[in-house]
Write a protein that binds this ligand. Structure first.
Ligand SMILES: C[S@@+](CC[C@H](N)C(=O)[O-])C[C@H]1O[C@@H](n2cnc3c(N)ncnc32)[C@H](O)[C@@H]1O
Length: 225
């Protein structure tokens, strides 16, 4: 399916998408929904079939924290290959590219997110390679750095993401996780790297969150989990 909404994104009154500032990442602008629920309804009406929620049309607070961290600590990604898991809008992947990563792969399972990642990368003048593939049974496709912004948002997804991240850490990748703690964090092997005041865009439930964090996953402890 193609995402016609982004073809008209310069007209937010018409399609609820606008190239918008990102609170924790003022260096970046993303095509975001003014109201993600309205956008979802409109996309489903146009498609005539049920669609996944347009998570790509919000800048999730976990992704904002990780993007902020990567931009403030470019040494974490500069000159290295990066895989951004569950990229959504591409916020974290774009930050990695801005910070000097050699190549950035942004994985997603929602075809509309793939369109959004392309549009957002172009809007921010960086190169990101979108990959429409479920990579959770692997260990990060050999990337030096695995980034995961707000991927522990749902129990069933989190149950697959945690072992994926642990495998990536075990093979030696630097694993960085941006997460406001929705109750699905790994119980062990996490080191807190940074905390930020949460500022949600477009996700009503996130208005209740006060803090968003960046963690790294320790490989030795990971082996024991
Ligand atoms: C809460 S959003 C976070 C998006 C982005 N990282 C951010 O922080 O704004 C989670 C995303 O995970 C994607 N997703 C879920 N399961 C996935 C999988 N197995 N592989 C890749 N992406 C997945 C969804 O399509 C959704 O866009």
């Amino acid at each position: 399916m193609t995402l016609n909404a982004l073809d008209h994104s310069h007209a937010p009154g018409m399609d609820q998408l606008a190239l918008s500032p990102v609170p924790l990442v003022p260096e970046m602008r993303l095509f975001l929904a003014e109201d993600a629920i309205v956008l979802w309804a409109r996309l489903e009406a146009a498609a005539g079939v049920p669609l996944p929620a347009p998570y790509w049309a919000s800048a999730w607070v976990g992704g904002q924290a990780l993007a902020r961290y990567v931009l403030d600590h470019p040494e974490s990604v500069a000159g290295r290959s990066v895989l951004d898991l569950a990229s959504g809008s591409g916020i974290v992947a774009i930050a990695a590219a801005m910070a000097g990563a050699t190549d950035v792969t942004a994985t997603e399972i929602d075809p509309n997110a793939i369109v959004a990642i392309r549009a957002n990368a172009e809007a921010n003048s960086v190169t990101v390679t979108p990959l429409e593939e479920d990579v959770l049974d692997g260990d990060g496709r050999g990337a030096d750095v695995v980034l995961a912004g707000d991927v522990l948002y749902d129990e069933s997804v989190a149950d697959r993401v945690r072992p994926f991240l642990l495998r990536a850490a075990q093979r030696g990748a630097l694993v960085l996780l941006g997460d406001p703690d929705r109750g699905h964090l790994p119980a062990v092997a996490l080191d807190l790297m940074a905390s930020y005041t949460a500022q949600g865009v477009g996700t009503p439930e996130d208005s209740l969150l006060r803090q968003t964090n960046v963690f790294t996953l320790r490989p030795r402890s990971a082996a024991r989990e």
